[in-house]
Ligand binder design. Sequence first.
Ligand code: PEP
Ligand code: MN
Length: 463
Amino acid sequence: MADQTNPHQANFQTTTSPSAKDYPGLDEWRSLAADQQPTWAEHAEFGRVISELEAVPPLVFAGEVDQMRQRLAAVAEGKAFFLTGGDCAETFADATADKISGRVRTLLQMAVVLTYGASMPVVKMGRMAGQFSKPRSSNMETRGETTLPTFRGEMVNGFDFTESAREHDPERMLRGYHTSASTLNLIRAFTTGGFADLRLVHEWNKGFVSNPANARYESLAREIDRAIRFMDACGSDFDAIRGTEFYAGHEALLLDYERALTRIDSRTHLPYDTSGHFLWVGERTRGLEDAHVNFLSKVHNPVGVKLGPTTSVEDTLRLIDKLDPERTPGRLTFITRMGASKIRENLPPLVEAVRDSGAKVVWVTDPMHGNTISVPSGYKTRRFNDVVDEVRGFFEVHEDLGTIPGGIHVEMTGDDVAECLGGSDAVDESAFADRYETLCDPRLNHMQSLEVAFLVAEYLSKR
Ligand code: PEP
Ligand code: MN
């Protein structure tokens, strides 16, 4: 978030912006079908919580959001690469300095691998500081004789399988907001306060369990060191590597929350959803005439849509008309999550149609969500080889069509968890009992994340 044009300063008026209450169209979504929403509108505290959220300071500033859109415009042109990573579902308990730093360091390491391999800037975003709600395939969960509402992320209800934990509680939105604020505060401190200085490239590797990917990283870090010493000897000025821009994004699932954090920017007089820099709509809620797409069409943030294997060409083109009618570079990102066995067949028609339409979207691969399996022991997992194969398929498709593979979006953590199977320091099912921690989808651990980064860097360096 450090930049020559300090966005914090340029747009500080946003905090005192006029109310978004009467902005035309901003509430149109309320009359449309909205899937996956909590049943809390009748809750005694709902109105008070919403009023509080409407009054709190924004988490991000319009100037930063605009800057991110510009960075994504460079991605759409093939001049930068977009890296997103973080938990499937953040938890309040894991918003600790250690966990946040582990995630940020892993993302910085991945970004360095990519920047060095591809010789191009990397736009870095955490699925962090707001990723607290989840769409679910079923409303209810049954264990033995008991049936209760499913867990929908800690901004909605609790993970424990009890009646009181599973109740939809609007008060959790406030906790979600405050946890996002403290997470973002730490991210800002890490990325602009000296820790992300490229001269500390070795430090980011410290404290992680030693593994093959980490050793490979160390040798890359030595090359970077040498390059920096060389530049230093040449009298270079290192201002540009002292800090780094880092953005926060999440799925804009809970419309009550997203709407309450929407502010009109006093400079542009446009609405920004200030809960995060980048918001996306998930595979389950991307209906063209539905509430989520409608709401995101009204805010000025860069936005994304997840596209699964059944997405039609027509829907893809209509999503562009809805979300990016002006064809603003960097406004719209398609995050494809087809599955390794389908991407080579299902992605090309979409990419071709978008290319021929003249629209300039950012194409990102999410190699996680189309590759989820359940093993007999009951764990939800993903095979590292499938993840890697989907990434390969993504690059092959774009290579064939002459289009731009813009980025990668992964579920990952800085911890040495055992949730995805395989990798060069292979995780197998026997490790699940001790090191499977996620409350939702399985994540790449630190080593698997670095391995994916090395793979992507190889593809980018060939481009
Ligand atoms: C997710 O990103 O965690 C998710 C639920 O993805 P999708 O909408 O692609 O299924
Ligand atoms: Mn997920």
